[in-house]
Design a binder for this molecule. Structure first.
Ligand code: URA
Length: 287
């Protein structure tokens, strides 16, 4: 090993003479040199001591994924003055007439705005209208919506007393005739000011996001914030307590008692937060 060390030494001296002030040594090379120097200690002249140079950082950035749809920046708009009802009506009219949203729906289909009580303490927030919703022009009217209505009733409430909306005001356009596609972040960003405006009018005490996409739309995309991990935990959006739970369409696909129980626990958590009465029977659901 002494011979190899001497060769390394000669090479370093040669480079130093050539004007190099530092060299890069990989971790493996450092380990090998350490090992060799322990095996056969040699006197290392001071001139040979180099400051370790940090491994150069990779600078090449991953090419940004091209968005599926080029979406304009959200158009500036001002919420009208007045009482809740008139502000909400003006907002609804504005959103239904939004040229970009209109351009994204197929002929005969509708832009969809939130529905329900403007005095609701709870704002259920889904991701985007689906096939049935864009026909009716109302959020959550398909099978997932019917299940949502049952969940609301199990809480001792009526659908009409609750506010239900989506981040998106239109069904994300697809090339296939059936199925739904999750909205992209830029599509949700376009509609977000409309959701915020609804929140400003209604001033709910709790936002319930339904499914992963709604969480991403409101809290931002974060791989550590998957719905199965964070459901039932309390977050905040614009100063309003927010609790994510599973999307009812997930419940329709996954009929396990455990999943139903988890969603029901989230509802109990909301009821507790709002000091709503909870009967023994309600506490014992799915037990
Ligand atoms: N899924 C949603 O997220 N929203 C709807 O309105 C319908 C289905």
């Amino acid at each position: 090993m002494k011979r190899e060390l001497a060769a390394v030494y000669d090479e370093m001296v040669r480079r130093q003479k050539a004007g190099e002030k530092s060299i890069f040594l990989s971790d493996e090379a450092v380990d090998l040199l350490k090992e060799a120097s322990q095996e056969a200690p040699v006197a290392v002249p001071e001139s040979m001591v180099f400051e370790p140079v940090p491994r150069p950082k990779k600078t090449a950035k991953k090419a940004a994924k091209k968005p599926l749809v080029d979406v304009p920046d959200p158009a500036a708009f001002e919420l009208a003055d007045g009482d809740k009802q008139s502000r909400w009506e003006a907002l609804r009219e504005h959103v239904l007439g939004d040229a970009w949203c209109q351009s994204q729906v197929k002929p005969g289909k509708k832009v969809v705005f939130g529905v329900g009580s403007l005095d609701s303490r709870i704002f259920f927030c889904g991701e985007a209208p689906g096939q049935e919703e864009e026909i009716e022009g109302e959020p959550f009217v398909g099978p997932a919506g019917q299940l949502l209505t049952k969940i609301i009733q199990a809480m001792g409430l009526q659908r009409k007393d609750i506010y239900i909306g989506n981040i998106m005001n239109y069904r994300p356009p697809m090339t296939t005739p059936v199925g739904n596609r999750a909205p992209e972040l830029n599509e949700m960003a376009y509609c977000l000011p409309y959701l915020k405006a609804q929140l400003e009018i209604i001033q709910p005490e709790v936002i319930v996001t339904l499914g992963n996409t709604a969480v991403e739309g409101l809290l931002g995309r974060d791989p550590k914030r998957k719905i199965s991990r964070i459901r039932g935990q309390w977050f905040e959006f614009d100063g309003i307590p927010l609790i994510p739970t599973f999307h009812p369409s997930y419940l329709l696909r996954n009929q396990s008692m455990t999943t139903k129980r988890l969603v029901w626990e989230d509802m109990l958590s909301i009821m507790d937060k709002l000091d709503m009465p909870v009967s023994e029977k309600q506490r014992a659901f799915f037990k």
